[in-house]
Design a binder for this molecule. Structure first.
Ligand code: NAD
Length: 489
């Protein structure tokens, strides 16, 4: 057991409650394989109660129309998060196996710091505005354009960036005036239940506006996708589950907003500074490669292929990995035994399909405890092979040669995914020209960073539908209404 003092109860109808069955499930630290505690194992009945509470709060309180109050509650929540920051950081490291280094950015601090941005949006967004007058059948008409809360949101999140992903759904959905039910993944429940306690104890959030139901059973989450009382589904997770969610949401025609997988390409053009552009190839291994936007294909020009491979090899041989509580580490364990095995299967598949594994390729001998996988570098990868096409979600990079810029663009776009990527060149114009042709939602050009709370983030193709964060992300939680009135005489 740990000394984390986590919240283990769900949050339903304004109360911190154990599961209706009384059951709990174990939370395992992936770096040590130790059970660090338990969490209430939400049932179908608990989910039903949570949806009922969210529906009632939406229909019977002024939450959806009182923007100033929403801003106030989000600022209270921000203060509570600040106070609990170190506790939350420790939970992220313990249950997700995230390197502590990352918690100083996206894993913990970034979206705690972002909460005032969502409070500002709640308070200052122009919910109503006048459109220009129109003539219709010889009469002048005025129009009012109104944006209003979309209703009850079902939010389903994954384990890789658990605190961030919960916050980047709670922040804008509550700011927009929605009520919600959050269903976190079984691997990282405390990053959600901890937030329930903060809301319950440190804010004036009305009962039922936010409900949190952790469960070991994915099917408890599926109820959100079929229940007619839920208006919107916001989901982050695998493309396979995203497809299932779309299907389940179809009979009740829910608005479905999906942030899914990726297979991003890092394109290094022949005039790039290779030491910089390829030297950072090891960042594929950050957090065990368990990031949807991490570049997992490295595209190198044939004219400088051997040079690029040598730099990537050195980078992979020097990735600092191991104990995630050690601030010098970039890579911790995979989140679970299941994920570790899945990654190892992909590595075997890569070898069978003929790619050359020149670094790693297995479980590190010096880390017998924990679900670790060695930083693994494949070269001479066929762009159509499994490891170049499927999302591995591990510390595995596939190096693919290309002939010219057109070939690089073709290979990069040869994917069902379109989430992110990178382009480097000695000429910013050339890098931008290539970046404009890549069908993905975000791109790092010459090492530039795009991640921020006001950056709309999301994918083309099977990487998703809609955008998270920024004004566009906030508007995903709003419906649009137009009211026509007779023109003034
Ligand atoms: P997953 O799809 O297995 O699970 C995600 C969530 O969905 C969990 O809470 C799980 O309990 C729930 N779930 C599973 N089946 C369900 C069903 N039938 N109905 C409703 N809910 C269900 O994904 P994962 O393995 O937890 O996370 C890794 C995936 O998430 C990767 O593919 C990664 O690329 C993706 N991801 C995407 C983004 C993004 O913003 N695009 C961000 C982070 C992770």
């Amino acid at each position: 057991m740990s000394d984390l003092n986590p919240e283990t109860r769900n949050y339903i109808g304004g109360q911190l409650v154990g599961a209706s069955s009384g059951a709990t499930f174990e939370n395992v630290n992936p770096a040590t394989e130790e059970v660090i505690g338990v969490c209430s194992d939400g049932t179908k009945e608990d989910m039903d109660a949570a949806i009922a509470a969210a529906r009632q709060a939406f229909d019977e309180t002024d939450w959806s129309t009182n923007a100033a109050f929403r801003g106030k509650v989000l600022r209270q929540f921000h203060a509570a998060l600040e106070e609990a920051k170190e506790e939350l950081r420790a939970i992220v490291v313990a249950e997700a196996g995230s390197p502590i280094l990352l918690t100083h950015q996206v894993q913990t601090n970034a979206f705690i710091d972002a909460m005032p941005y969502f409070a500002d949006l709640a308070e200052n967004y122009e919910y109503e505005s006048a459109m220009s007058n129109i003539d219709f059948m010889g009469m002048s008409n005025r129009r009012i354009l109104r944006h209003e809360a979309a209703g009850v949101v079902g939010a389903i999140t994954p384990w890789n960036f658990p605190l961030y992903l919960n916050l980047c759904k709670i922040g804008p959905a509550l700011a927009a005036g929605c009520t919600m039910v959050l269903k976190p993944p079984p691997d990282t429940p405390w990053c959600a239940t901890a937030l329930g306690r903060l809301f319950a104890e440190k804010t004036d959030l009305p009962a039922g506006v936010l409900n949190i139901v952790a469960s070991s059973d994915h099917m408890v989450g599926e109820i959100l996708t079929t229940d007619p009382r839920v208006d919107v589904i916001t989901f982050t997770g695998s493309t396979a589950t995203g497809r299932r969610i779309m299907e389940c949401a179809a009979p009740t025609v829910k608005k479905v907003f999906l942030e899914l997988g990726g297979k991003s390409a890092n394109i290094v053009l022949d005039d790039a500074d290779f030491a910089k552009a390829v030297g950072f190839a090891g960042t594929t291994c950050v957090h065990g490669g368990q990031g949807c936007a991490i570049p997992t294909r490295l595209l190198l020009p044939r004219s400088r292929y051997d040079e690029g491979v040598a730099i990537a090899k050195a980078a992979f041989e020097n990735v600092p990995y191991g104990d995630p509580t050690d601030p010098s580490k970039l890579q911790g364990p995979q989140v679970s035994k299941k994920q570790q095995e899945r990654v190892l299967e992909y590595i075997e598949k890569g070898k069978q399909e003929g790619a050359k594994c020149i670094v790693g390729g297995g479980v590190p001998a010096h880390l017998p405890k924990g679900y670790f996988v060695e930083p693994t570098l494949f070269i001479d990868v066929d762009p159509d092979s499994t490891i170049a096409q499927e999302e591995i979600f591990g510390p595995v990079l596939a190096v693919i040669p290309f002939d010219d810029d057109d070939d690089a663009v073709r290979i990069a776009n040869n994917s069902i995914y379109g989430l992110s990527g990178a382009v480097s060149s000695g000429s910013e114009e050339r890098a931008l020209a290539v970046a404009r042709r890549i069908r993905t939602g975000t791109l790092a050009v010459n090492g530039g960073m795009w991640f921020h709370q006001d950056t709309p983030f999301g994918g083309y193709k099977q990487s998703g539908v809609g955008r998270e964060n920024g004004v566009l992300g906030f508007e995903e939680y709003l419906e649009v209404k137009v009211m026509g009135l007779p023109g003034r005489p």
